[in-house]
Write a protein that binds this ligand. Structure first.
Ligand SMILES: [Zn+2]
Length: 72
Protein backbone atom coordinates (compact mmCIF):
# COMPACT_ATOMS: atom_id res chain seq x y z
CA UNK A 1 0.00 0.00 0.00
CA UNK A 2 1.38 3.38 -0.97
CA UNK A 3 1.54 6.13 1.59
CA UNK A 4 1.29 9.82 0.85
CA UNK A 5 2.75 12.28 3.30
CA UNK A 6 3.42 15.97 3.71
CA UNK A 7 6.83 16.96 2.35
CA UNK A 8 7.43 19.38 5.22
CA UNK A 9 6.24 17.68 8.42
CA UNK A 10 5.61 14.11 7.24
CA UNK A 11 1.98 14.10 8.32
CA UNK A 12 -0.41 11.69 6.63
CA UNK A 13 -3.42 13.90 7.28
CA UNK A 14 -3.68 15.12 3.72
CA UNK A 15 -6.71 16.46 1.91
CA UNK A 16 -6.67 16.13 -1.84
CA UNK A 17 -7.08 19.38 -3.71
CA UNK A 18 -7.56 19.62 -7.43
CA UNK A 19 -6.57 23.10 -8.38
CA UNK A 20 -7.80 24.58 -11.63
CA UNK A 21 -5.14 24.50 -14.27
CA UNK A 22 -3.33 27.74 -14.88
CA UNK A 23 -3.95 28.36 -18.53
CA UNK A 24 -2.14 31.67 -18.58
CA UNK A 25 1.07 29.87 -17.74
CA UNK A 26 0.94 27.73 -20.86
CA UNK A 27 -0.86 29.77 -23.50
CA UNK A 28 0.63 27.87 -26.43
CA UNK A 29 0.40 24.31 -25.21
CA UNK A 30 -2.65 22.21 -26.03
CA UNK A 31 -1.17 19.37 -24.03
CA UNK A 32 -1.52 21.35 -20.85
CA UNK A 33 -5.26 21.75 -21.37
CA UNK A 34 -5.83 18.30 -19.97
CA UNK A 35 -3.78 18.80 -16.88
CA UNK A 36 -5.23 19.38 -13.47
CA UNK A 37 -2.75 20.31 -10.80
CA UNK A 38 -3.08 17.88 -7.91
CA UNK A 39 -1.98 19.20 -4.57
CA UNK A 40 -2.53 18.14 -0.99
CA UNK A 41 -3.42 20.27 1.98
CA UNK A 42 -1.62 19.09 5.10
CA UNK A 43 -3.90 18.83 8.13
CA UNK A 44 -1.02 19.48 10.52
CA UNK A 45 1.09 22.28 9.05
CA UNK A 46 -1.34 23.59 6.38
CA UNK A 47 1.25 23.28 3.64
CA UNK A 48 -0.25 22.93 0.18
CA UNK A 49 2.10 20.97 -2.04
CA UNK A 50 2.59 17.74 -3.91
CA UNK A 51 2.65 14.79 -1.57
CA UNK A 52 5.68 12.62 -0.99
CA UNK A 53 4.80 9.03 -1.89
CA UNK A 54 6.24 6.06 -0.03
CA UNK A 55 5.99 2.43 -1.04
CA UNK A 56 5.50 1.20 2.49
CA UNK A 57 4.93 2.35 6.04
CA UNK A 58 8.55 1.45 6.80
CA UNK A 59 9.81 3.92 4.22
CA UNK A 60 7.53 6.57 5.67
CA UNK A 61 8.81 5.94 9.20
CA UNK A 62 12.39 6.22 7.98
CA UNK A 63 11.51 9.57 6.42
CA UNK A 64 10.08 10.73 9.77
CA UNK A 65 13.22 9.57 11.60
CA UNK A 66 15.43 11.62 9.32
CA UNK A 67 13.17 14.62 9.80
CA UNK A 68 13.27 14.29 13.58
CA UNK A 69 17.04 13.99 13.62
CA UNK A 70 17.55 17.06 11.45
CA UNK A 71 15.40 19.09 13.83
CA UNK A 72 17.91 18.68 16.70
ZN1 LIG B 1 2.64 19.11 6.97
Amino acid sequence: MKIKACSRCGSRKLALMELPKEKESYPHSELMDNLVAVRYLCGDCALIDEAVVFNSEEDWRRFLDVKNQSRI
